[in-house]
Write a protein that binds this ligand. Sequence first.
Ligand code: ATP
Ligand code: MG
Length: 396
Amino acid sequence: MEDLPWGTDAELTDAQFYNREQDIQIIRTLLESTSKGSPPTIMIIGIRGVGKTVLLKKIKRELEKDYLTSYIDLSATSGYQRGKLTEMGIIEHFYSTWLESCEKKGFSTILKKVSKFFKTKNFGLKDIVDAGGLPLPIPQSEDDYKKLSKFVLDLPQLIFDDHKDKIKGSIIIIDEFQALNDLGENLDSFLWFFRSVIQNQKNVAYIFSGSITSRDEMIEKIAGHSGAFGGRMLNIELKPFTKETVQSYLLEKLPSLNLDESGFERFYKCTQGIPFYVNTFAKLLQKDIHLNEKKVKEEFYRTLPFLAVHLINQWSRLTFHEQNIVTTLIDQPCKRKEIAEKLNITPGSLSKPLNKLQKLRLIESKNSIYHISEPILKAWLKNEYQEKGVFPFRSM
Ligand SMILES: Nc1ncnc2c1ncn2[C@@H]1O[C@H](COP(=O)(O)OP(=O)(O)OP(=O)(O)O)[C@@H](O)[C@H]1O
Ligand SMILES: [Mg+2]
């Protein structure tokens, strides 16, 4: 059966989902300890397109029956979509997701509890906003805000206490964690507050995830020695598929793909075993024809705009200045001073754009030398330049 998902599919069927048995086993075992009153806090990291989201959704499906499960995508928070994630926006998003999960489970008494809290806790109210069809009061002072936040963050435990007989615990999945970078200087205090509330919860497990790698400074803030969750958080890094895995995957799922040995080597080199690229490229490759190294290479350039689609999206939202900086790194990695020289500007003026490009995970620095961290973006830019003689500055 030829049933390869697209790289953009956010949820895979069990038949489409391949490999990762070991990762799932480990994560499930950790999560099951929630039912014994010692819930884990897990961080699942890994590069873009490696399969974090589809893995989380699969685990959620498997545990849905026994637990109250919620999946929260922080990048879908309305504030983030409008350009800036705020603490209140996060609380609002948590609140509506949790109540929605209750609704799905048929837990109706919780709404009464919530309304009672809002009436009796009498904090100063600025406004009442609509959070996914539910009323959410907006507190007046800083102190009122803390009270409301604490109440919302405690809801999953409260829900469990009320439904002990029906579920073994609550499992909260928080994806696209890197969106929290938007909080800027408030990030630390938010993380510490969050941790202080959830550490008293005996029946709620948290899984965080996002396109973060262990080299990220954000990981240090969260899970590092002096980070908010230091020592308490379990890090699991999802790795790209190995050569062997990709080989058996294609053989099983797409037998009409006729790669010879050199063709397969090239295929692996182009996709680097990252499932997003493996699926997209395999689906776009011509079927039932002999694919050798040369042909795969040709096909790679033909399909680049599709393989790079999410990166082209990011690229087109950069300023001209930021795009220029990226292009200085195409031929070789550079120091900040060298980038400045190439662009005829002062090194100081590069701080902000370099920071932003790193946050977007388009570039990375190693020993103060910057390079493009997405090989597919680099390949696309190079190819555009070769074909059109200019970089696609005003793209799409
Ligand atoms: N186990 C798998 N089996 C088959 N295909 C997979 C698997 N994992 C990932 N994929 C493919 O890769 C695509 C991207 O996966 P996913 O969205 O989970 O990546 P991600 O790590 O969450 O990326 P991002 O950091 O951009 O959010 C999926 O749509 C799917 O096509
Ligand atoms: Mg994801």
